[in-house]
Write a protein that binds this ligand. Sequence first.
Ligand SMILES: NC(=O)c1ccc[n+]([C@@H]2O[C@H](COP(=O)([O-])OP(=O)(O)OC[C@H]3O[C@@H](n4cnc5c(N)ncnc54)[C@H](OP(=O)(O)O)[C@@H]3O)[C@@H](O)[C@H]2O)c1
Length: 230
Amino acid sequence: MTTIQTTVVLAMTVDGKISPEDPTAPRDFDAIDYAHLEYQVSLADLVLVGAGTIRAESGTFTINDLELLAGRQVRGQSDQPISCVVSRSLNIPSTLSFFKQDVERWILTTRAGVESNAEATTISKLADLIELGDTDLDWNRAYTIMAERGIRKVVALGGGSLTAALLQAGRIDDWWLTIWPIIYGGQHAPSPVEGEGFIPAIAPHLELIETRQVGSELFLHYRTLKGQKL
Ligand SMILES: NC(=O)c1ccc[n+]([C@@H]2O[C@H](COP(=O)([O-])OP(=O)(O)OC[C@H]3O[C@@H](n4cnc5c(N)ncnc54)[C@H](OP(=O)(O)O)[C@@H]3O)[C@@H](O)[C@H]2O)c1
C-alpha cells in the first residue's frame, strides 16, 4: 500500500440521500456546506469524482477562496487539485463544461471503455486518459500511478458508486459527512455508498473522531477502523 491518504467528503440529507430522486431539480445554495467543501478540497492534491456525478453536474468543483488558494501556494500545491474522473465506460461527453475548466484533468478508465468510445481520441487530447484494466479498474495500479506522480492527499467527492468502489478496494482512510437538515426521501435517490452493499458481519466500521455543528447542520468526521479498511 502507498502512503496516499484518501478522505471522502459527502453531504447527505437526514434520511441519507446525497441527491433527490430527480438530480436535476434545483436546490438552494448552502453557504455553510460550500465553505466546508471548499476547505476540504483545498487540502487535496487530487480529487476523485465518479462519472455519474460529472455527467449530472457537468463540471468539477473548484476553489475560489483567496485564502485557501494562498494556503495551497504556501504548501507548494497547484492552484486547483487535479480533477480525476473515474469511468469504466468512458462515457463522458466532450461537450461537458469539465473539459473547459482551468484544471488538470485525468480520467481513470478501462481498455474496453477506450475501444468502445468513438470520442476517445478527442477526449485524450483534453484529459490524461489512464487505462487501468481490460474491463475492470485496478485500484492498486491507480494508487501506484498516483503515488509515482507525487499525489499524497486524495479527496473523493462521490457519488455513491465511486465511494462503494473505493471502500471495497480498502482505500478510504476517513470520511467527512455533512448532515443537511432536510429530507428528500425517494426509493431511487442515491446514498453515500451504493454498490452491492455489505452483510453486517463484514460491514466496515467507523470511529467518530470529530463533530461540528453550525446552525442545524452537522459535520461528522469518521475514520475507517484498522482492519476494516477491507
Ligand atoms: N451530496 C453529495 O455530497 C454528492 C456528491 C457527489 C455526487 N452527488 C450526486 O450523486 C449522484 C451520482 O452518484 P452515482 O452513485 O449515481 O454516481 P457516481 O459514483 O458519481 O458515478 C458512477 C460511475 O462512476 C464510474 N465508476 C464508479 N466506480 C467505478 C469503478 N470501480 N471502476 C470504473 N468506473 C467506476 C462508472 O462510470 P461509467 O458509467 O462511465 O462506467 C459509474 O457508472 C449525482 O446526482 C450527484 O449530483 C452528491
